[in-house]
Design a protein around this ligand. Sequence first.
Ligand code: COA
Length: 336
Amino acid sequence: MTRGAILSGLGTWLPPQVVTNDMLSSELDTSDEWIRTRTGIGRRHIASPGMSTGHLATEAARRALKSAGTDRVDVVIVATSTPDRPCPATAPVVASALGLTGTGAFDVAAVCTGFVYALATAAGLITGQVADSALVIGADTFSTILDPRDRTTRVIFGDGAGAVVLRAGDRAEEGALRGFDLGSDGTGVDLITVPGGGSEQRLSGTEAAPGDQYFHMDGPQVFTRAVRYMTGSVRKVLDAAALAPEDLAHLVPHQANVRILDTCARELGLPAERVVKNIDRVGNTVAASIPLALAAGAADGRLRAGDPVVLTGFGGGLTWGSALLTWPGGLTVIDG
Ligand code: COA
């Protein structure tokens, strides 16, 4: 037997408040028609005041632990770019809220690729025998960093959390993570960024420029690079396993924009029905996007035991990454 990391639990949580395209159109110069045709988004969930990323992460994690039938793990990793505080990390607070005080806990920041990076880290800890189990949570509340007047970002992002439990097992069994590809290009730092509030701006001795506390994105540039890097990364992780795109049962991509997903599918030669999409209901939920899409694909019965599945993400940094796994048998997803 070769030691591997096995997906054994999956849970999600969305804050109850729903914001429709019509609601956004009542306060911004946009329309339901523009948002649907340009992004594929119909609505998104937004955290209410007092509800932090840590709250969302804890709720999703509770459900993932229940799905795995356990209340203990050896390590807790939170992928987020909207931590509860700039310092310390959110993961120790989440671990304690779950009754896991004493457990190793840390954050991973890779924006929309955060969940793939955190999953790779957890799988490495398990295969390297540092841990026998791990809780990996993707959670973000991007609504807290968006400029309320910016129609280009307000329409895209939603809040949410999704979590998985990994356990040690045999690399050959169903549910095993079989390979990863991770990449970055820091020359694209300005394409997806909150420019103010960090050490760079503080150490320059200048006040943050007006608006620099908010999230900025170069939409058209991001669009092109998302397609290029996600398709390249999917090909790499498949090549390493001697698989071709047509061998894939399903691709579960970061839900950035439905046109990005359709273009990736076309470039990989994948029929549209093999690409899992839930962006219409939740928008782009950043680090929560992939686990929420996994839950949607499992709930509608598309992801079946033994299926080869690739997760792929792209985001700020720039960062990108993919994971290949076989879908586990007997997994009960718990949504909230
Ligand atoms: N409602 C109405 N019009 C809008 C709008 C909105 N919400 N947002 C932008 N527009 C306008 C622009 O101002 C522009 O108007 P102009 O032609 O008069 O200048 C026009 O629509 C086209 O803008 P453009 O930015 O070229 O549109 P686009 O087709 O590229 O779509 C995005 C914009 C943001 C939807 C698209 O670029 C995108 O999804 N990019 C990727 C974003 C993403 O995935 N980010 C997360 C990365 S992980």
